[in-house]
Each structure stands twice: as C-alpha cells, then as structure tokens.
Design a protein around this ligand. Sequence first.
Ligand code: WQD
Length: 341
Amino acid sequence: MRFLLTGGAGCIGSHAGVALLNAGHEVVVLDNYINSSPEALRRVEKITGKHVTVYEGDCCNEADLDRVLDNEPVDAAVHFAGLKAVGESVRIPLDYYRNNLDSTIALCKRLAAHGIKRIVFSSSATVYGDQQPPMREDMPLGVCSCPYAWTKWMNEQILRDAVVADPEWSVVLLRYFNPVGAHESGLIGEDPSGIPNNLMPFICQTAAGMREKLFLFGNDYPTPDGTCIRDYIHVMDLAEGHVKALEYAIEHTGVETFNLGTGEGYSVYQVVNTFETVNNLQLNKETVARRPGDLPVSYADAAKAQRVLGWHARRSLEDMCRDAWHWQKLNPRGYRQEEDL
Ligand code: WQD
C-alpha cells in the first residue's frame, strides 16, 4: 500500500514512516518544515534503506495538496501535520484554529476529489479533559483545557460528520497519550525548537548540560509520590500503531477511535529516577510549584486497540529513557548541523 503522511518529517510522522516502510508499505510525505527538518526524512531512508517521496508544501493549501495527489496515487492519508504546543495555543488561538482545522478540511476535500476516502487522524488524550482515568474511547469527551486540545476535539467532530454525510469514508481517530523516546538507531528523534515544554526533552537537555536544571512541577498531587502520573508511550510503539490503524482503515468504512497508550501510568519522579538509573547519570533537579493546568493523573484504557487492531505497546519505560538519551547524545543540536548555527 501507499500512504500520504502530512507532517511526515515531524517526530511522530518520521517514526511512523520508518514503521510503514519496514512493514513493506510506500510513503509519500507532504511537509512545510515550519517545525521539522528534511534531514529527518533522509534519516528515515538511511534507517530503512527505502525511498521516501517528498513534497514541500502546506496542507492548508488545496493547490499544494493537488500537486501531491495528482502525481501520487495513495490508498489513504495519515494527518500528522498541525501546530502542537499547548502554551503557544493559548497565546495565538486563532492561528491554531485556522491551521489545525483548515488543514483537515482541505485534506479531506482534496482526498475525496481524488477518490481517496480513508484518513487516520492524530488526535490527543487531551480531548478527555479532566476525567477519572483510565480514559476509555467511549467516555463522553470532557471540557478541553486549551485551544490546542479543542482543535483536536473539533477535528474529531469534523471527521465524524464527514462519515455521517458520506458512509464511504473510513476514519480512524488515534488519541495519543505521552509519546517519548526515539528510534533505537538514534538517527531520528524529537527535535524541539527553543526551550522544551515537555518532560522528556527537558530531561535530555538537562542531562546534556544544555539546561542548568530540571524543574519538577509539584509534588503535592493526590498520587503515591505526590507528582503527576502520565501514560508515556515509546514513539516506535506509537508508530507501529499507525501501521495497524491504516491496515484497519483499508478494510473498514465508518469511524473508529483508539487510544494509543500503554495503559500504565508513571509519575514524574519515576520517570526521572528511571532515566538516571538506566543511563547511569545524575540530573541537576529541583521540585518547584505546580504548573498551571496539569491534571494529576492521566492514563489510557488500552484494551480496545489490542482487541480490534491487535496492537499493544511493547517497549518499557527503561527503553523510552535509554532511547531518548541515545538520540540526544548523538544529536546534541537535533537535526541542525554545526554550520547552521
Ligand atoms: C508531563 C509531566 C508536568 C516538564 C502535553 C500535552 C499533550 C501532549 C504531550 C502534544 C507533567 C511534568 C514537565 C518539566 C515537569 N502533547 N513536567 N517538568 O502535559 O502530560 O502533555 O504533552 O503535543 O497534548 O498536553 O506532558 O511532558 O509536558 O508533562 O515536571 O520541565 O511532567 O508537570 O506532570 P503533558 P509533559
């Protein structure tokens, strides 16, 4: 099969590219590189020994989409492209709504015009809002805590309505929990621009000496050690979930939603301790006040993806911490080369 990956040069998109190529599929990428690098795709080719067809363009732009779809017959699309920073989405909500909703609408319109009515969408566990975990796909969705999460929620609704209007569509909504780690080769990984917001990249940059200290946000939550609990999932497990989701989309019509998580929660202290132990180092760290907006506990009920897709996460927290640090050590500046600085 041949799949279009919008945002395929990003962190999750590039890992999914590796998983799809390794499973014997072909991959076409559309990316505007506003928050990613073409170098990631060269490395996907290096890891797999296979070719990636690449188009530079914007998924909100129907002409860019047509340029790809006129030339590349694909069986389905995975829509990774989107703005994804929670804090930024609070500062510039209109940009988030415009980009994240326009791109989905434009993509669906142009796919349908080319007779391709299959899409896998990158949603997020943030659509559950502040509910009692484990999060189940059939829970009523909660109140989202930021514009980023609302764009995921709204995109899910847009795609559900597209299926109601045209039952030939096949839509798979994937709700990611907390993806971390990197491909075991250390060739591709997460390359945050500026100061990382998320825990694992901040840990890695602190271990590398790029940040003076890791701040741990709050140890007075109602959890066993007082720190927040999340469902961290290795990005290669997440990537392999996309292979199963696409294969499912090929065989079914209608809409299905799946959590992609391990089903297991770890606290901030557990993540930090595991990172220090498996990598045999000590982080300079300090526990400080809570970060506003953080939920105490979030983890998936991962049973549906196992039951329906035959997929479950196989890699451990140790693997996530080892692979994240391996990528960081090999690529202290991410995909940027010395001469770019
Ligand atoms: C995890 C825990 C922090 C940084 C967000 C988005 C979600 C998804 C993943 C999409 C929390 C604590 C963090 C630090 C810390 N993103 N922490 N020190 O908030 O669960 O989810 O990222 O792109 O949609 O909402 O993940 O990694 O930011 O935080 O103590 O420097 O680590 O307080 O408890 P989160 P996270």
